[in-house]
Design a protein around this ligand. Structure first.
Ligand SMILES: *[C@@H]1O[C@H](CO)[C@@H](O)[C@H](O)[C@H]1NC(C)=O
Ligand SMILES: *[C@@H]1O[C@H](CO)[C@@H](O)[C@H](O)[C@H]1NC(C)=O
Ligand SMILES: *[C@@H]1O[C@H](CO)[C@@H](O)[C@H](O)[C@H]1NC(C)=O
Ligand SMILES: *[C@@H]1O[C@H](CO)[C@@H](O)[C@H](O)[C@H]1NC(C)=O
Ligand SMILES: *[C@@H]1O[C@H](CO)[C@@H](O)[C@H](O)[C@H]1NC(C)=O
Ligand SMILES: *[C@@H]1O[C@H](CO)[C@@H](O)[C@H](O)[C@H]1NC(C)=O
Length: 436
């Protein structure tokens, strides 16, 4: 019966995901704040700040790329803490001693890399476009840059429109004016901003890449079966357009061009040939049972040859996470504790120890063990109860094996349960048909 519940639960979960909005992080957004620091005639000094107000979705390299459309003929004369990808056509300024930094009507701006020249830096800048999630690192979920903007025709500079953030799955709304902020660079003197506008960008799984990027495999101490990731979880070997390699160096060099750190496009994954073809596999091993506790080992493996995952996050849904007693070598934070689903939490790496999941071939594995309390009344090794209901890596849901393949307790009589199960599945289909 619990198996049925797991099944219905995972169905409900997949319905839930088909909405753009995530109940685990209902207010999730990336906010772009646009502050006019100084305005005189046809020139302005502007500070732009980007904040990742998301609990578990972070922004990985190659990072954000902020774009907008000027309403008039504005040009960016200079910039600190970021740079426009293209200068554009500045021929109108022929003859002036310095050309503007960017003359495009629709500029696209990227963050500077850490260690940028000192005179090009700006307060809280230069993170290579990376933003951690809010929970992970409160000092790294925001970034800012500054620019001086002028209008060729001598008009007043106004806030541009049509913002984009250059991250798959995100769309940005219209800018709206908010209460002007105050700011301080030293914590002693606070300056008042003349005018502030906010733009909110929201992530939607539907708009992001439709194919999964992660799968889960399962095992338990009481069974010799290791349930692998479902076949073709993320792609099928041999289908046209699907590439994979067995070992780096085995393929001809053009296929295995490793990306440069200066790259501004995310390299498409180049994965190890496997039956699941996912760049990431999460293995959940029910390792041991004690009198009052049980032990789980989680291993995350990187099958992607072209990506080191920095600031990775893992979100797991399991009723026993409410009684997580001890965790080794990962960080943990419960999510949505007071909401309708309070059995979910987020794991992430310990800084300088395992916060970077290296590429395949460079020990691309991070792992943890945890002790969970056996809560009376709910805990059982039966019917796959000890396996997670849902796992997502970096906000992308992992493909789980079907519940009827879960490792079974040795004493479960397969034939009897099989017929019982088919009745249960039939009944559950009837229930589902009635509900949806
Ligand atoms: C963006 O997220 C922050 C933090 O969760 C929240 O306070 C704010 O209301 C959100 N903004 C919108 C427009 O949803
Ligand atoms: C740049 O703009 C000027 C007009 O402002 C135009 O005459 C010229 O052809 C443009 N150059 C390019 C390379 O587009
Ligand atoms: C802004 O975006 C909208 C919708 O994509 C488009 O219709 C409009 O022309 C854009 N405005 C400018 C100035 O590019
Ligand atoms: C505007 O953005 C800032 C983030 O810098 C945020 O703190 C503030 O709540 C936002 N205001 C509104 C009304 O969304
Ligand atoms: C991943 O990190 C390792 C060690 O820091 C480095 O040698 C390697 O080039 C990186 N790979 C990619 C694809 O960035
Ligand atoms: C949330 O968790 C607590 C125990 O931590 C439990 O007592 C409560 O019933 C749970 N609430 C919901 C809505 O699941």
């Amino acid at each position: 019966m619990k198996l049925l519940l797991v099944f219905i639960f995972s169905l409900i979960n997949s319905f839930r995901l088909s909405y753009g909005y995530d109940p685990l992080d209902p207010y999730a957004n990336i906010t772009v704040r646009w502050d006019f620091l100084q305005q005189s005639g046809s020139s302005s000094d502007i500070k732009v700040s980007i904040y990742n107000f998301q609990q578990f979705r972070h922004v990985d390299r190659p990072g954000w790329k902020l774009g907008w459309t000027w309403k008039g003929d504005e040009v960016i004369w200079d910039m600190w803490g970021a740079e426009a990808i293209e200068q554009g056509n500045c021929s109108k300024f022929k003859g002036s001693p310095d050309l503007p930094h960017c003359c495009k009507r629709k500029p696209v701006v990227i963050d500077l890399l850490p260690g940028a020249p000192f005179n090009k830096q700006y307060f809280n800048c230069c993170k290579g476009g990376e933003l951690s999630s809010m929970i992970q690192d409160s000092s790294k979920f925001g970034s800012s840059f500054a620019m001086s903007v002028g209008s060729f025709a001598g008009k007043e500079i106004v806030m541009p429109i049509n913002f984009t953030i250059g991250l798959p799955g995100y769309t940005c709304g219209m800018p709206f004016q908010v209460q002007p902020t105050k700011f301080s660079h030293d914590g002693r003197r606070w300056k008042q901003v003349l005018e502030t506008g906010n733009v909110t960008c929201i992530y939607s799984l539907i708009r992001a890449s439709p194919s999964p990027k992660c799968c889960a495999s399962l095992s338990a101490f009481y069974s010799s079966t290791i349930v692998p990731c479902p076949k073709c979880s993320c792609g099928c070997q041999g289908l046209p357009g699907v590439k994979c390699v067995n070992r780096p160096g085995e393929e001809s060099p053009p296929l295995l061009q490793l990306p440069h750190t200066h790259e501004t496009e995310e390299p498409s994954p180049l994965v190890t040939c496997s039956r699941h073809m996912c760049p990431i596999r999460v293995h959940w091993n029910v390792k041991q049972s004690y009198k009052e506790y049980w032990r789980v080992k989680i291993t995350i493996s990187n099958y992607n040859f072209v990506k080191n995952y920095s600031y990775w996050t893992l979100v797991v849904q399991h009723p026993s996470l409410q009684s997580l007693t001890r965790l080794f070598s990962f960080n943990y934070h419960p999510l949505n504790q007071y909401g309708t689903i309070n059995d979910t939490g987020m794991f992430w790496g310990i800084k300088y120890y395992n916060d970077l999941l290296l590429t395949r071939g460079k020990n691309g594995v991070v792992q943890t063990e945890m002790l969970l309390h056996k809560d009376a009344g709910t805990f059982t090794f039966r019917e796959g109860w000890t396996f997670p209901r849902k796992i997502s890596f970096n906000g992308d849901e992992c493909v789980m094996p079907p519940p009827d393949e879960y490792p079974r307790l040795p004493n479960a009589a397969p034939s009897a349960t099989a017929s019982k199960r088919s009745i249960v599945v039939f009944v559950s289909l009837l229930i589902l048909a009635a509900v949806f």
